[in-house]
Design a protein around this ligand. Structure first.
Ligand code: 6PG
Length: 474
C-alpha cells in the first residue's frame, strides 16, 4: 500500500465514528476498523460511504491490513468496550505492531488493567496510553476532554494529534494534558466519573426536593434551573438538565413524568467507591450516588416497603415567602454539595498518586476538566483559580462558609421532614460536620474494640489497656 494514513481508529460505535470525524476535520487521513459480526456488517461500509466528503477514510475489517495502512510509527486510537473485548483486540493486533507504535485506549478501562498493559507492551517497544475521554458523543466530535497517561515516551508522538481534537478554553489552552505514568490517565477518568455520578445525583435530589417539598410544577423547576445556569451554579450538567426537563410527550406532558425511575451504570462509579475504600479515602458523596442507583433498581423491595408505609406528616406547606427563601437556601446547598464532592474526588487523586509515585498535578487536572468534560462547571473553574494558592482543605474552609452550611443544614432537615431521600446532600453534610467537629464519638468505639477484642486504645496522653473484669476476649 502506498499512501499510508496518519492515524487508525479502531471501533466504530458512536464514539469511534465521531472521533474519526474529529481527526479528519483536523486534516488527518484516517484508517477505520470495525469487526465484521452479525449485527455490525454494514457499520463500516455505511460510515465510509456516508462521510466520504468529510475526510479521507479507508475502512478495514482485517486487523493486519488495517495496521499496515497506517504510517509508522503508527498511532491507533481504540474506542472499544472496556474489558474482555478490548483485551482480545490488543492481543490480536500486538503481533503486527512495531517498536515505536502507539496504542491509545480511549474507553473507560479500569486503571489497573491499563497499568498492566503499559508494562506488557513496553516490553515489545510499543507505547500504550490509557486516555480517559469525557464529553460523550458530542464531545468526541467537537472537542472532548482528554486525560492521557501511560508510556511517557509515546506522548511526544501523539501530543499534537490528541491536543488538536480536544476542547480548548478561551485562551487556547487544551483540555488535554499529560496526566502521568501507568494507569494514571484512566484513574483520573474514573474519579471524573465518580464526581459525575455525584453531581448528577445532586441535581436529581434537588429536582425531587423542588417537586415534593416546594410543590413546584415541572415548568417551574425548569425555570429555576435555567436561572441557576446563568450564575455561579452554571455547569454542563445543569444545562443538559434544562434541556431534558423541557422535552415533552406528544400530548404536551413533560417526558420526565413518563420515564422509569430506575437507573443503571456501566461500573466506573462502583470502581471508584471500591478504590477509595481500599485507600482509606472518604468519597461518601460518590458512594452514595452509586447506592442511589442501586436502590432505584430494588424494584420489589421498593414496592413492598412502599405498600406497607403509613402516612407520616410532611412539612411542605411553605408560604410564598418561605418558598423563595427555601430556593435561596437550596442554591447554597447545591453549591456546598458540589464543592464537597469535587474535593472528595481530588483527595483520592492526591492519595493514590502519592501511593503510586505518579506525581499528578491537581491544578492540571482541574484545567483539563474545565472544558469539554461532563463535569465542567463554574464551580470547578473557581476552585482551579483558588487551588493555585491554597490546599484542598483551605478551599473547603473558604467555600463552605457559615451561611452556606446553615442553609445546607436547613435544606437537609426540610428534605428529611418531607421524606425525600437525600443520599448525596446528607453525605456531604455529614462529611463536613465530621471534619469540622472538635470531638467525635470515635473515643467510644476505641473502648468498645478494646473491651471485646483487646485491641488497645489511645488515650489523649498515652496508650491504654482495659483491665476490669467482664472484659471478653472474643
Ligand atoms: C463522559 C462519561 C462517559 C460514561 C458515561 C456512562 O465523561 O463522557 O463519563 O465516559 O461512559 O457517562 O457512565 P455510566 O453508564 O456508568 O453512568
Amino acid at each position: 500500500m502506498q499512501n499510508k494514513n496518519d492515524i487508525g481508529v479502531l471501533g466504530l460505535g458512536a464514539m469511534g465514528q465521531n472521533l474519526a470525524l474529529n481527526f479528519a476535520s483536523k486534516g488527518l487521513t484516517v484508517s477505520v476498523y470495525n469487526r465484521l459480526e452479525a449485527n455490525e456488517e454494514r457499520v463500516l461500509a455505511d460510515f465510509v460511504s456516508k462521510y466520504k466528503n468529510q475526510g479521507h477514510f479507508i475502512g478495514f475489517t482485517d486487523l493486519e491490513t488495517f495496521i499496515d495502512s497506517i504510517s509508522e510509527p503508527r498511532k491507533i486510537f481504540m474506542m472499544l468496550k472496556a474489558g474482555q473485548a478490548l483485551e482480545e483486540v490488543i492481543n490480536k493486533i500486538s503481533p503486527f505492531l512495531k517498536e515505536g507504535d502507539v496504542l491509545i485506549d480511549g474507553g473507560n478501562s479500569h486503571y489497573i488493567d491499563t497499568d498492566r498493559r503499559v508494562k506488557k507492551l513496553r516490553k515489545h517497544g510499543v507505547g500504550f496510553i490509557g486516555c480517559g475521554l469525557s464529553g460523550g458523543t458530542f464531545g468526541a466530535l467537537n472537542g472532548p476532554c482528554l486525560m492521557p497517561g501511560g508510556d511517557k515516551k509515546s506522548w511526544s508522538n501523539v501530543k499534537d494529534i490528541l491536543q488538536s481534537i480536544a476542547a480548548k478554553d478561551e485562551e487556547g489552552n487544551f483540555s488535554c494534558e499529560w496526566i502521568g505514568p501507568g494507569g494514571s490517565g484512566h484513574f483520573v477518568k474514573m474519579v471524573h466519573n465518580g464526581i459525575e455520578y455525584s453531581l448528577m445525583q445532586i441535581i436529581a435530589e434537588t429536582y425531587d426536593f423542588l417537586i415534593k417539598a416546594v410543590l413546584m410544577s415541572n415548568q417551574e423547576v425548569l425555570s429555576v434551573f435555567r436561572q441557576w445556569n446563568e450564575g455561579e451554579l452554571s455547569s454542563y450538567l445543569v444545562g443538559i438538565t434544562c434541556e431534558v426537563l423541557s422535552l415533552e410527550e406528544g400530548d404536551g406532558r413533560p417526558l420526565i413524568e413518563n420515564v422509569l425511575d430506575i437507573v443503571k451504570q456501566k461500573g466506573t462509579g462502583k470502581d471508584i467507591a471500591i478504590c477509595a475504600l481500599e485507600h482509606g479515602v472518604v468519597v461518601s458523596t460518590i458512594t452514595e450516588a452509586v447506592n442511589a442507583r442501586y436502590i432505584s433498581g430494588m424494584e420489589k423491595s421498593r414496592a413492598n416497603i412502599n405498600r406497607s408505609k403509613k402516612a407520616i406528616n410532611k412539612n411542605n406547606n411553605l408560604s410564598k415567602g418561605n418558598k423563595e427563601i427555601t430556593i435561596l437556601s437550596l442554591v447554597d446547598s447545591l453549591y456546598c454539595a458540589n464543592v464537597i464532592s469535587i474535593i472528595q474526588g481530588l483527595k483520592l487523586i492526591q492519595k493514590v498518586s502519592k501511593a503510586n509515585s505518579w506525581d499528578i498535578d491537581i491544578s492540571k487536572i482541574l484545567n483539563v476538566w474545565a472544558h469539554g468534560s461532563i463535569i465542567q462547571s463554574k464551580i470547578l473553574q473557581d476552585m482551579n483559580n483558588q487551588f493555585k494558592r491554597n490546599s484542598l482543605d483551605e478551599i473547603l474552609i473558604e467555600k463552605i462558609n457559615q451561611s452556606r452550611i446553615e442553609n445546607l443544614i436547613l435544606i437537609v432537615s426540610l428534605a428529611t421532614q418531607n421524606q425525600i431521600p437525600f443520599h448525596v446532600y446528607s453525605a456531604a453534610l455529614s462529611y463536613y460536620q465530621a471534619l469540622s467537629s472538635s470531638n467525635l464519638p470515635a473515643n467510644l468505639i476505641q473502648l468498645q474494640r478494646e473491651y471485646f477484642g483487646s485491641h488497645g486504645f489511645e488515650k489523649k496522653t498515652s496508650i491504654g489497656k482495659l483491665s476490669h473484669i467482664g472484659r471478653s476476649d472474643t
